[in-house]
Every structure is written in C-alpha cells, then in structure tokens.
Design a protein around this ligand. Structure first.
Ligand SMILES: [Zn+2]
Length: 271
C-alpha cells in the first residue's frame, strides 16, 4: 500500500514540474526592461500585487520602471491549481547625466502658454488613461526601430536644461532628416494623433495591448488619426522638429502602464 502511495506521489510531482516548465519568460529583467511570458493553461498572473492581462494564447507582458529596484515577484496560477512564483531581482542601472542648452521658453514656458500647456496635459492624461483596455498581446508580432537613423540620446538620462535639473529622458532620440518615415514599432491602436502640442509638437500614441504603449514625438507630418489600427512597420508619420525640439529627430517613448520603459529593451527581445 505504501509503495502505491509513493508512486502516485512521484507521478503528481512529475506532472507539476512539466507544467511549470511550460512557463517561459523572454527579455531582460532590469530597470526600464520588459519581460514577455508565455505558458499553457494559465488562469492568472501577478507582478507583485498587480494582476496582469493574459491573452487567449497564454501571452503576457510586464515591465519595470526606470527607477524600479530590488526584488519583484511574478506569480502565475495555472488552471490545475498549481502556482509558480519567480523572484526577479533587478540589478542597479546607472544613467548618464546630460546637460543641454535649449530655448529658454521650453525650460520656463512663458505665462501666455501656461493655459495651453495645462489643457494639453489634461488631454495627454485622458489619452494615457485609455491604454490598458486591450487584453490581446498585439505586440507579440515583435518590434522594429521606428525610424532609420543614429540614436542621439539614450533612455533614462538625467537632464539638466540650461543648468536646471529636469525630469529624466523617458525615451530614445533618433536623429534623422525631416521627412524620414516614422513606422509603427508594432501592431496597435492609435490612442491619440495630436497636433501642435507645446512640448510634443505633432505626435502619435499607440496602444500595443496589455498596458504597453509607444509614443512618437516632434513629427512634421501625421499619416494616421486617432482610432486607427496600425500594423508593425506601417508608416504613421514623418520625422520633424515640432514642439520642444532643437533639430529634426524622432523621440520614441515606451510605457507599460505608468512605468517608463527603455525602447531598446523591446528591440533586444528575440521572439
Ligand atoms: Zn527625446
């Protein structure tokens, strides 16, 4: 009798470990990084206390803010009741300090622009609050660099504008001539195609599903409008220097919900 019990126990453990092995994570666990998970028969997944969206193919994404630190816990529950918990220890990441000299009006906007800036800021918050309603992992088609050109400014750098410390650089800058095609980095839905904002200029914000969004600033031309479905590689606009910009370039920013993500972390994932 004892022998039968033992072999039953052995079989159960084997089944458990096979199921657990089907949970895969790709990407780099670091501040500003994302991880994409896949698994079979997942019933729910959590990063710390935050419930993650898991699409019908068992794909989910999670990301770590620029300033995220320490241990993070991913908990995945399977339909058979099994639970797998992974401790993710984020390494420290150093950011460069970048001193820039720009037109004074962009460091301290003139009084007459404050009302406009506040209206635009409300529109941005409203647009960002629309992100995170798509369960599908539209991004699972993969990512491309949205414009050809040299990366002139990296993610996360602490910016000092005309001697005044400002918020960090929440994206990468790609230097390119005006008119260079700007492409959607992945599949998604255009949440807002904004025109002539004080800081952003003409810009596009795309929702790639499960809280992942990308933004494209300072465009000279918009080729898409709010609500459009876009495919990876589709032309959405052209490089320009509108808004707070000193020369033609594309500012490409990525967020996972409110977390500031390094766009390079998307390009480094091999699907
Ligand atoms: Zn930038």
């Amino acid at each position: 009798m004892k022998k039968i019990f033992n072999s039953f126990l052995f079989l159960s453990l084997t089944a458990l470990s096979i199921n657990a092995q089907e949970l895969k994570l790709i990407g780099k666990a670091e501040p500003g990084g994302v991880l994409i998970g896949t698994g079979k028969n997942i019933s729910s997944a959590y990063l710390n206390d935050t419930k993650l969206m898991v699409d019908k193919n068992g794909i989910f994404i999670l990301g770590f803010d620029r300033d995220a630190a320490g241990a993070q816990y991913l908990k995945v529950e399977f339909e058979n009741g099994e639970i797998e918990t992974k401790k993710i220890l984020l390494p420290k990441r150093k950011y460069v300090i970048q001193k820039l000299t720009i037109a004074e009006k962009y460091v301290n906007p003139p009084q007459e622009e404050l009302e406009r800036i506040e209206i635009e800021s409300k529109k941005m918050n409203e647009a960002r609050s629309q992100v995170g309603k798509i369960d599908s992992a539209l991004f699972s088609i993969g990512f491309i660099k949205p414009a050809a050109g040299r990366i002139s400014s990296v993610f996360g750098s602490q910016r000092i504008l005309n001697g005044i410390p400002k918020s960090p650089h929440n994206g990468i800058d790609i230097a390119a001539p005006e008119g260079t095609a700007v492409l959607a980095a992945s599949d998604g839905v255009v949440i807002i195609a904004g025109e002539d904002f004080y800081y952003n200029g003409n810009f596009i914000l795309i929702d790639h599903g499960q809280g992942l969004s990308s933004i494209y600033l300072h465009l000279s031309k918009l080729n898409t409008k709010t609500g459009d479905l876009v495919k990876k590689g589709q032309k959405i606009g052209e490089v320009g220097s509108t808004g707070r910009s000193t020369a033609p370039h594309l500012h490409w920013g990525v967020q996972w919900y409110g977390n500031r993500i390094d766009p390079m972390s998307l390009l480094n994932i091999s699907f």
